[in-house]
Design a protein around this ligand. Structure first.
Ligand SMILES: [Zn+2]
Length: 457
């Protein structure tokens, strides 16, 4: 018997923290566990080495004319700290009130187990199911998937498929499932402004030099216009319009602005240029400051002109903004605007492209999509309605999962993202848990999708 809850508990027991080398044996344990489980379930398993944490590739091959679905998941988890805030130990999974508690239970071991249990179920019902399935389970998702793109490029041929099925996104509650149709991209960077060769006495030299904190503040403040939009020429050039169906779906979300405002604990929303806050986080790009440093930070005052100051920022990008172009625009704008009396240093960190899939039948301008993808979306819609009592919402999400854009760009594959995380799951936080009711229904939804893609529903 394949008991998904018991398997999830066993899987969650491995402390597979990819960010910290101290957890190496936990990474190995989780990897061996999922590899053996896939092998026991009839898949041909290969553990593909990478410079850091290997990727588990498990296949059910078959006739090359059969449809081919890739199921993506990750076996690594976030660090468990702060440990004292956990009710039960993060790597001693415990079931309370219909939830499995433990680090990684929701992100992403539970949702991965949903799709594995579904595959086991449909293959047990029909051992001759005309469907090729490839599980692709990586161990570096929580550290930015550095090995993933080279892996896709290397295995391009064998990963030729119809679409990707995964659950690594969220839904607002256990009755309302969201199928994620878009993700924002990301560009992260750091601005540093260098002034005098050392900190200066603000009395002796004050007035003679351009204070780096002031220059930094002016540069940063200039990056948004009075309407709240990012004030970098060309920044919005590639931003796609929002279609009516997307606004309609969003209007069914049923959260009021006031509820959202109170949840955030703010007095009001940022300048919006005519967009609702719900639209802004999904349909519009941003430039946010993530940290700022410079000068004296200690007790009391110190009358100093600092020699340097800096800020960290990140942009969330929307389709069809290109991270490389955005980096160029930011660099050009900041260099032009920086006063010549100080020196500007710019560093750009990780970046990822945005992603958008139009659910078949929704748009006036239909995309060129394989019929299997259309079947999968239609089946997902019906199966979610049947299992959860309400049809899903097809919504873009504000977050970034750059590998989804990589699948599209490198392999031409769209993704069907069924949101199985709930707000109460506490992803990346203490007391992470996965809703076992959502898990059971999710297995049925995933099984329906696999059957229908194989033409066996
Ligand atoms: Zn995840």
């Amino acid at each position: 018997m394949f008991d998904p809850v018991e398997k999830l508990a066993a899987f969650t027991r491995f402390p597979s923290v990819s960010a910290d080398p101290a957890f190496q044996s936990g990474m190995e344990g989780a990897r061996d566990f999922i590899a053996s489980l896939l092998a026991d379930s009839g898949f041909t398993v290969e553990v593909v080495p990478t410079p850091l944490h290997p990727i588990v590739l498990a296949k059910r091959d078959g006739d090359p004319t059969w449809p081919h679905v890739i199921i993506y998941g990750h076996y690594d988890v976030q660090p468990p700290d702060p440990l004292n805030l956990w009710q039960t130990a993060p790597f001693e999974p415990a079931v309370r009130d219909g939830r499995m508690y433990g680090r990684g239970a929701a992100d992403n071991k539970g949702p991965l187990m949903v799709h594995l249990a579904a595959a086991v179920k449909v293959l047990r019902e029909n051992p001759d199911l005309p469907l090729r399935i490839t599980f692709l389970v990586e161990g570096e998702e929580e550290i930015g998937s550095p090995s993933f793109l080279p892996f896709l490029q290397e295995r391009r041929r064998e990963l030729a498929a119809d679409f990707v099925l995964l659950s690594d996104t969220g839904s607002p509650n256990a009755e309302q499932i969201v199928i994620t149709t878009g993700l924002r991209g990301i560009v992260a960077g750091e601005i540093e402004v260098i002034g005098p060769r050392s900190d200066l006495h603000s009395g002796v030299h004050g007035g003679a030099v351009y204070n780096p904190i002031q220059a930094l503040a002016e540069l940063c403040a200039g990056l948004h216009g009075p309407d709240g939009r990012v004030n970098v020429p060309g920044f919005y050039d590639a931003v796609l319009g929002v279609e009516d169906w997307e606004r309609e779906e969003l209007s069914r979300l049923g959260v009021s602005k006031e509820t959202y405002r109170a949840f955030l604990g703010v007095n009001g929303f940022f300048k919006n240029d005519g967009y609702s806050p719900f639209e802004l986080v999904r349909f519009q790009p941003t430039l946010e400051f993530n940290g700022i440093f410079g000068g004296y930070q200690g007790e009391g005052s110190k009358t100093v002109i600092p020699s340097r100051a800096g800020a960290k920022f990140s942009c969330r990008l929307v389709p069809d903004q290109d991270p490389i172009v955005i980096v160029e625009l930011l660099e050009k704008t900041l260099r032009e605007r920086c006063p010549p009396e100080v020196e500007l240093r710019l560093r750009f960190g990780h970046r990822g492209a945005p992603y958008l899939v139009v659910p078949p039948g929704r748009s006036n301008t239909p995309a060129d999509q394989p019929p299997t993808l259309a079947r999968a979306f239609a089946t997902a819609e019906r199966a979610v309605a049947r299992q959860f009592g309400k049809p899903p919402l097809f919504l873009r999400e504000g977050g970034s999962v750059p590998i989804i854009a990589d699948f599209k760009r490198e392999l031409g594959l769209d993704s069907l993202m069924i949101g199985l995380f709930l707000p109460e799951d506490n992803l990346h936080a203490p007391n992470e848990s996965f809703h076992l009711g959502v898990m059971a229904k999710g297995i049925e939804v995933s099984a329906s999708i696999l059957r229908s893609v194989a033409g066996a529903d």
